[in-house]
Ligand binder design. Structure first.
Ligand SMILES: O=C(O)[C@@H](O)C(=O)CO
Ligand SMILES: [Mg+2]
Length: 259
C-alpha cells in the first residue's frame, strides 16, 4: 500500500504551520508537503520535521499577484522575470528546509496567449531544471471548474511539455482529484505515464473531501499504484469535512494505514 504524505496546505487548517507539522506526526504521517510556506522560517520547519523524523517533500512556487487572479507564473507571457524571482525564492526556501520537490505552477493564461505561454513555460522549466538539479520539479494540471483558465488541465498536455523540456528532474504531479474532474480514465493514465509521474495526490471527486466518498474508489487506486510499481509518495491533499483528526478514519476504511 502507498506511503502517505500530509498536505499541510489543506490539513489542520485551523492552526499555524508548525503546529500542523506536530499534528501530522501525531497522526502517524511520515512525510509532509506544503503549499506556500514562505511566511514561516525554513530553518524552523526543518528543525520541527527533524524533531519528528518527518520527511519534507515539497512546496509550490509563488502565485504572483493573487489579487489580479494570478495563480502561478510559469506559463504567463511577459512575467518571465517575476517567475525567475519566484522560482529562486522557492528554491532557497526549499533548500534551507530540506525539501526535494518544487511544484512549478503554470498559472492562468488567456486563450489567445496559450501558444506563447507554452514556449514561455518550456524555456522557464529548462532554466529552472538546470538551476536546481537536485530538486524534482513537478507540473500539475488544475481542473477548469476550480480554476478557470489554468494553463493545463490534462495529463497529456503536461506529458508533452515534459517531453519537450527534456530534463530528467521534471515530472508529473498526478493529482487524482484533478484528473478525475477533468478527464477520468485514472488507471489508463497512471499506466501510460508512470515513468514520468513524480508525485501523486488524492481527494474525493467531486467534493475534494476525505478520499472515502464520491466517484473514485481509492482502495482500487492504491492497489493499482502498487500493481504498477509506483514507489513515490501519495499526498493527502483533501479538504476535511470537519476536524482533520476526526476524518482520518478513511485510511482504515480503505484497508490501509496512514503510517
Ligand atoms: O491541487 C492543488 O490545488 C495543489 O496541488 C496545488 O498545489 C495548487 O493549489
Ligand atoms: Mg494537487
Amino acid at each position: 500500500m502507498p506511503r502517505f504524505s500530509a498536505n499541510l496546505g489543506f490539513l489542520w487548517p485551523d492552526r499555524p504551520l508548525l503546529d500542523r507539522i506536530d499534528a501530522a506526526a501525531a497522526a502517524g504521517f511520515r512525510a509532509i508537503e506544503l503549499h506556500w510556506p514562505y511566511d514561516v522560517s525554513a530553518h524552523r520547519v526543518k528543525d520541527r520535521c527533524a524533531e519528528h523524523g518527518l520527511v519534507l517533500l515539497g512546496l509550490n512556487t509563488p502565485v504572483g499577484q493573487s489579487e489580479k487572479g494570478e495563480f502561478g507564473l510559469g506559463a504567463v507571457p511577459g512575467r518571465q522575470a517575476d517567475f525567475e524571482v519566484g522560482f529562486q525564492q522557492a528554491l532557497e526556501w526549499g533548500r534551507t528546509a530540506g525539501a526535494s520537490v518544487i511544484h512549478v505552477m503554470a498559472g492562468v493564461v488567456a486563450p489567445q496567449e496559450k501558444h506563447a505561454g507554452r514556449s514561455v513555460l518550456v524555456e522557464n522549466l529548462r532554466k529552472a531544471a538546470s538551476r536546481a538539479p537536485e530538486m524534482m520539479l513537478v507540473l500539475e494540471g488544475i481542473n477548469q471548474r476550480d480554476r478557470p483558465g489554468y494553463f493545463y488541465s490534462t495529463i497529456g498536455e503536461k506529458a508533452e511539455i515534459i517531453n519537450e523540456v527534456d530534463a530528467p528532474n521534471v515530472k508529473i504531479m498526478f493529482d487524482v482529484y484533478h484528473v478525475g474532474v477533468s478527464e477520468g480514465d485514472i488507471f489508463g493514465k497512471l499506466a501510460t505515464h508512470l515513468p514520468i509521474i513524480g508525485h501523486v495526490q488524492i481527494a474525493a471527486v467531486p467534493s475534494r473531501a476525505e478520499p472515502d466518498e464520491g466517484e473514485i474508489h481509492y482502495a482500487n487506486v492504491f492497489r493499482e499504484l502498487d500493481r504498477l510499481g509506483y514507489r513515490g509518495w501519495v499526498g493527502c491533499e483533501y479538504k476535511p469535512r470537519a476536524a482533520t483528526d476526526s476524518g482520518l478514519g478513511w485510511a482504515r476504511t480503505l484497508g490501509t494505514a496512514i503510517s
